[in-house]
Write a protein that binds this ligand. Structure first.
Ligand SMILES: [Zn+2]
Length: 142
């Protein structure tokens, strides 16, 4: 929704929107690190809604990243091409079907339950998350 409105104002990509400070949710250093890990892990678009496995361009959340308890959970994101990412954002039913298939019912259910918690209640330790993501990035050789 926000994206459609914002794009009319000339910010064509998420990156352009970020640069102009137009996105609603702030995008910080952990988000950038998280995105790098996801893109290093998934080299091609995992959705394949509109492509046949195009090179990965972005990290796409399965459960929205305004759910802080699962924002940096590596189960909660896949590498995606720009087209499929946008399609996923606009087609929540297809996205959920993908998530169930991708993670399996049990893992997806656990993620869903966790997404209902606050960041604090979920025990998210940002320092630990950052250290973990840095380690994963090294392991992935990125
Ligand atoms: Zn794609």
């Amino acid at each position: 929704m926000a994206r459609v409105v914002l794009r009319r104002r000339g910010a064509r990509t998420v990156r352009a929107q970020r640069k102009r400070g137009l996105t609603r949710i702030r995008y910080g250093p952990i988000d950038r690190l998280f995105s790098r890990v996801v893109r290093a892990r998934d080299k091609t678009c995992q959705f394949k809604f509109l492509c046949r496995g195009a090179p990965v361009r972005e990290a796409a959340h399965l459960i929205k990243r305004n759910r802080w308890s699962v924002r940096w959970d590596l189960n909660n994101a896949v590498g995606a091409c720009w087209k499929c990412h946008r399609f996923a954002d606009e087609h929540r039913t297809e996205l959920e079907a993908f998530a169930i298939k991708h993670l399996g019912v049990e893992r997806y259910s656990r993620l869903l339950v966790r997404s209902q918690l606050t960041e604090k209640a979920a025990g998210v330790d940002r320092v630990a998350v950052k250290a973990y993501l840095k380690r994963r990035l090294m392991e992935l050789g990125a």
